[in-house]
Design a protein around this ligand. Sequence first.
Ligand SMILES: [Zn+2]
Ligand SMILES: [Zn+2]
Length: 397
Amino acid sequence: MKALVFTHNLAREAAVTVAGRLDKRAFVSKYAPVALADVPEPRLPAPDWVICDTLMSGLCGSDAKQILLNGARDNPLTALLSFPHVLGHEVVARRRDSGQRVVVNPWLSCGPRGVEPLCPACAEGRYPWCRSFTKGDLPPSIHLGNCAGAVGAHGERFSAHPSQLFDVPDDVPDDAAVLADPVSVSLRSILLSPPPASLPVLVYGSGTLAFAAIALLRKLFPATEIWAATRPGARGRLAARMGADAVLTSAPDDLVAEVARRCGARALSPWSGKDWLQDGPGVVYDTIGSTETVETSLRLLQSGGTLVVSGVEPPKRFEWTPLYFKELSVIGSNGFGIEELSGVRKHAFEHYFDLVHAGLDVTPVITHRFPLRRWDEAVLALAHSRSTGAVKILFEP
Ligand SMILES: [Zn+2]
Ligand SMILES: [Zn+2]
C-alpha cells in the first residue's frame, strides 16, 4: 500500500537542509528523507490490534516541521523515535473488524504496548507522561506517526490497539471528527490554566491549535475577553469567526504596544531592546513556542500571570528577566488524555464530541484537501502558509 514514509539519514538531511534554505521544494524532492512509498500491509504488533482504513488524515504542524527538517540534533525527543516510520497521527478511519467509524488516540503508551501493570501516569490517563515509550511490544516511539513498528495514518491503512480507538457518533461528520486530536491538544492547554475571572487572555498563533483554543475558550468561558495575536487578513477574520473579541497584530513590538493601549498600561523601556508591561492578559496560550513568542508573552503578561506553551520551535537565547521579576508561571502543555471538564473526567475526545453536540464547530480551519499522492504540494502549501492561507490541510488516501 502507499504511505508517507520518513527514513532517517543524517547525510541526506544535512544536504536537503542546505538546499531547502534556497528553495523549500528541496524538502519534498526525491533527495528528501520523506517520500510516498509502497510499504508492506500494516502488521499487528500484538494479536489484539486491529486494522483501520483511513478515511482522512490531518497534516499536523509537527508533521510539516519534521518534513521541513525544522529541528536540532539535540532535541531530547530524538531519544524516543524509531525509523523508518509512516507519518500521521490525526485521523478518522473505519475499523476493519466492526466497520465502526473511529478516531485514534495516537499515544503509544503502556496500553498499546502491552505493558502491565500500567505506569502511574497511564493509570491516571496522562498518556503523554507515560514511562514506557521505549518498552513493550513496540520500538521507541511516542505516538502513531513516529514509530517504526506501527504505521502512522498518512497511508491507506494502519493498525491500532483497541484502547486507542474511539467511536465517532453518527451525527459527527468526518471533517469534525478528524479535528479531535488538535482540538484536544488545545483543550488540555486551556484546562492547565483556565482564564482568570477578571482579566483578558491572549491566544498567540495562526494555526489550527490557535483557532481551536479561541473556539474552546469562547464556548467554555463565555464571559472571558479573548484576544488573538494572529496574522492579518484571512487568519484574522478566522480568529474573529472562532470567537476572538479582538484581533491584535502578531508583530512582537507592535503587539506589546497594542496590549499596553488596551490595558491602559505604561510601556517600560529598557536602555536597549524591547518594551515590557506590568499589566496585560492574565494568561497567554502560546501555540507557537518560538523564542520570539515566548519572549513577547513574558513581556506583555500581567504580573503573576501564566504562559501556557503548546507549540515548540528550536531554542535560541532570549531576554527572560520578566519571568522572575513579574513572578510569571510558564507551563508546558503536551497532548491530551483523560481530562476533567466541568467536574467530569473522561478522554478528551469524548469531551470534544460533547462540545460538538453543544455547537462547537472548528471545521472552518480546514482550508485545503489533497489526495495523499499530492503530499508534496500539501507540505509546500503549509510551508508557504503566509501566501496560501493554509491552516488545516487534510489528506484523502
Ligand atoms: Zn498533531
Ligand atoms: Zn505508561
